[in-house]
Design a protein around this ligand. Structure first.
Ligand code: BTN
Length: 342
């Protein structure tokens, strides 16, 4: 029978982690007031969770290898955050981590609570597009934020999510990426990560924001559905080897905290500037589909609240708050070659 007493499992794991060598069964049973047979059951449960634990007669147990499982225990080891990140709630399967976090926030979950799942049955992207969420390969993470900001600044948090993701990919995994307005992280033009920002707000105040991260980490090309084969990639495909999902998650939480603190202390400008530098969008001639309209124009950058500023060929300047952008196929003469800040 598999023991479900997770707190004892954790305590026994901690005892194995403390010691580099073997810990005797006798020592463990004395420490936890359990029979040797009960200790063995907990060891089995840890093995079922992916911990490789060797057992030797007369010597006891030794922890040989840790799993790349997105458990709170694994993520918290060597996590260098300083206050923002609260409970890390992990699930085998959810409909969507954003749904789960939203529901928890409605019931009063605090700022900094993180929801992670190994798989999602209804993972979603922007505009309700499906987000491919197979088990045990990627990261599906949502964090609850309760910033004291006016609702018009909420889109800046999407940029914050994108730059945090890009920073971890480049600094920890040596993978340079590009950002695409408003919520894509691309590698060689293919999507490697996306952000989904959902908010509960009143006219003048934000109640909470759920910032969702989908990052393709160890997804192999064969697993990708045909329809997104040409459009999506993963860290593994780009680097040619698997990466530690736990390590990625730790560094991402740290990066989110750093940028969130910068946002609260200094406002949107550092975030918007960093996003712009990674998107290299200024001066590009783009086509924007926003609701039922299509506009073309040269990007003059982002406003301080994150609105996309587009100069149409008529000279009119537009503020675009939502939509999809693509590179325009035809560029009118005299447009788009000159950067607006030249
Ligand atoms: C997009 O590119 O349109 C955004 C994709 C966001 C996917 C993540 S996965 C974790 C969280 N839960 C969801 O259902 N969506 C976001």
């Amino acid at each position: 029978m598999r023991t479900r007493d997770y707190s004892l499992n954790r305590a026994i794991l901690a005892a194995l982690e403390e010691r580099r060598g073997y810990v005797s069964g006798e020592d463990l049973s004395g420490r936890f007031g359990l029979s040797r047979a009960a200790i063995w059951k907990h060891i089995q449960a840890l093995r079922d969770d992916g911990y490789e634990i060797k057992a030797k007669p007369h010597q006891g147990y030794v922890l040989v290898e840790r799993p790349d499982r997105l458990s709170s225990h694994e993520i918290r080891r060597n996590l260098r955050t300083a206050g923002l990140i609260g409970d890390i709630c992990t699930f085998e399967e959810v409909t969507s981590t954003n749904d789960k976090a939203y529901e928890m926030a409605l019931h009063g979950a605090q700022e900094g609570v993180v929801v992670i799942a190994e798989s999602q049955t209804q993972g979603r992207g922007r505009l309700n597009r499906a987000w491919f969420s197979p088990h045990g390969k990627n990261l599906y993470l949502s964090v609850i934020l309760r910033p004291l900001i006016p609702p018009r600044l909420v889109p800046v948090l999407t940029y914050l999510g994108a730059i945090s993701t890009a920073e971890v990919l480049s600094d920890t995994f040596s993978l340079d990426v590009e950002l695409k307005w408003p919520n894509d992280v691309l590698r060689r033009g293919k999507k490697i990560a996306g952000l989904l920002n959902e908010v509960k707000a009143e006219t003048d105040r934000v109640d909470f924001v759920v910032l969702g991260f989908g990052v393709n980490l160890n997804l192999d090309t064969e697993t990708l559905p045909r329809e997104i084969h040409e459009k999506a990639t993963s860290v593994m495909v780009e680097l040619g080897h698997t990466v530690s999902r736990v390590e990625f998650t730790r560094r991402l939480l740290e990066s989110i905290e750093t940028w969130y603190n910068a946002f609260l202390l200094q406002g949107a400008i550092p975030v918007v500037q960093k996003w712009e530098s990674l998107a290299r969008i200024r001066g590009a001639f783009l086509e924007v589909k926003s609701f039922d309209d299509v506009y073309q124009g040269v990007v003059e950058g982002l406003d301080h609240d994150g609105t996309l500023l587009l100069r149409k060929s008529s000279g009119e300047r537009m503020r675009v708050i939502a939509g999809d952008v693509t590179k325009a196929s035809v560029q009118p003469p005299g447009m788009g070659e000159k950067r607006s800040d030249d």
